[in-house]
Design a protein around this ligand. Structure first.
Ligand code: CA
Length: 481
């Protein structure tokens, strides 16, 4: 199978009604029919409360099964409903990727007293106090689970940092002191050292932690029948741990398994550095392409579309790029807000769905809607249309026509069973772009498939067509008859 499409099947403001898995199970058939081949589910683990999107993970062994944090279910439902949804998705040949949050734990059961340094939040390599006793939320005994699946109890020794001292009611970044303690060196060097992100930061170099997380991973892939992991917050986690953990999962899982991850950084030099330093087999989100599209959408007057793929993963490392337009962090009101403007979405989805390279990931918020106070309608029909084109027409080699600042296009040359296809993008006026689809196609008639243009274009003797485009939009031309 080719031309696969992933759906990020959630956004930040989904209602906390516990119906998510049930709805997803019902939607599986439609998703497959529209062209979705895999879904990335929200974090499945019991978090700080049922209101939590899931990134404030409390218990990795509680997928909506135990009465913990005031409910059995998570925001999304119970473990039975989760398993049923996975079964339905598989029935319709949709793969399921789990969001794996290993950087931190949240909502501890009890505090502990231990020695820690305060560090400078802008340069965590700089300690701004001696080690002194603080009372931190680092004790996890999961009484509601009562030792089922794992008897491991987390203590301060298993963490590298916290952000709160209960004694002083003080917020700061604390580095936990002790023998063999300290932040991992194998993380992003933003803020000096970006090991610490939030909550109680897991110490991935502690032998008992490694053992426990390896054992958890093995339990997890056997307990729920997922087909891959999306690693959260990679830039905050020790590289060596991810290599070892990934290899461990590969060794124990008895099915095809896909690994991808989020390394949120616009400076591509750092991403490249990361790629070369770490030899693990994990695809990465193309954060640079997201930001290029965001910038183009915010300032189309000054953005040169010929540079839309500059410094992107999909250009520099096409085989590992997961391309996306927006996600739960970039949507309005979120921590990494950088939401691609609605007028640009069709162009953006064309840039990820109709090209040769990249594993495109459609964002739930763009597809259905973003709920809550922002209340932004999705563009499902547009995305369905582009997915249909991807599945039926977007094949073969690719030739780019980087014509001018506001006019670009490309030809997909087709293969044995598909004719060539032409795509034109304008971020300015109406126009047309002369592109060659091959002499052998002389005389063929081309029509536009996204509803932007009713005209017929006839390919000339040399194989050229003059493909038209409207104001600030995308057209896609295919042969007919
Ligand atoms: Ca960390």
């Amino acid at each position: 199978m080719g031309n696969e499409v992933m759906l990020q099947a959630f956004e930040w403001y989904l209602p906390n009604d516990g119906n998510y898995y049930k709805n997803l199970a019902k939607e599986a058939k439609n998703l497959k029919e529209k062209g979705i081949d895999s879904v990335w589910l929200p974090p499945m683990f019991k978090a700080t409360s049922a209101d939590d999107v899931g990134y404030g993970v409390y218990d990795l062994y509680d997928l909506g099964e135990f009465d913990q944090k005031q409910s059995v279910r998570t925001k999304y439902g119970t473990v039975e409903e989760l398993k049923y949804a996975i079964e339905k998705l598989h029935e319709h040949e949709i793969k399921v990727y789990a969001d794996v949050v290993l950087n931190h734990k949240a909502g501890a059961d009890f505090t502990e007293v231990f020695k820690a340094y305060e560090v400078n939040p802008d340069n965590r390599l700089e300690r701004i106090s001696d080690a002194y006793d603080i009372e931190g939320w680092t004790g996890f005994d999961f009484k509601g689970r009562n030792g089922k699946y794992s008897e491991f109890i987390w203590h301060f020794q298993h963490f590298s940092g916290v952000d709160y001292d209960n004694r002083q009611s003080k917020k700061a970044i604390f580095e936990i002191a002790g023998e063999n303690k300290g932040f991992s060196a194998e993380v992003s060097n933003e803020n000096g050292n970006f090991d610490y992100l939030m909550f109680a930061d897991i110490d991935h170099n502690h032998p008992d932690v490694r053992k426990e997380l390896f054992s958890w991973g093995e339990w997890f892939v056997n307990y729920v029948n997922v087909d891959g992991f999306r690693y959260d917050a990679l830039k905050h986690i020790d590289d060596g741990f991810i290599v070892d953990f990934t290899n461990h999962i590969k060794n124990v899982v008895k099915r095809d398994f896909y690994f991808f991850g989020e390394f949120w950084m616009y400076d591509d030099n750092n991403t490249n550095h990361y790629l070369y330093d770490t030899k693990y087999d994990v695809d990465l989100f193309d954060v640079a392409l997201h930001f290029n599209m965001y910038n183009a959408s915010k300032d189309s007057d000054n953005y040169d579309m010929r540079k839309i793929f500059d410094n992107t993963l999909v250009q520099e490392h096409p085989t590992i790029a997961v391309t996306f337009v927006d996600n739960h962090d970039s949507e309005p009101g979120q921590s990494l807000e950088s939401f691609v403007e609605p007028w640009f979405k069709k162009i953006a989805y064309g840039l990820i769905l109709l090209r040769k390279d990249g594993y495109p990931c459609v964002f739930y918020g763009d597809y259905y809607k973003i709920a809550g106070e922002y209340n932004i309608e999705g563009q499902k029909d547009m995305i369905d249309n582009l997915m249909y084109i991807r599945k039926n027409y977007a094949y073969g080699d690719q030739t780019d026509y980087m014509e001018s600042e506001k006019l670009i296009g490309w030809v997909r040359h087709g293969d044995d069973s598909h004719d060539p296809m032409a795509v034109v993008i304008s971020t300015g006026d109406m126009g047309s772009l002369k592109m060659n689809i091959g002499k052998e196609n002389a005389g063929k008639k081309y029509r536009e498939l996204t509803g932007d243009n009713p005209n017929t274009i006839v390919i000339d003797e040399e194989g050229f067509g003059e493909f038209e485009v409207g104001i600030a939009t995308l057209t896609c031309w295919v042969s007919y008859e």
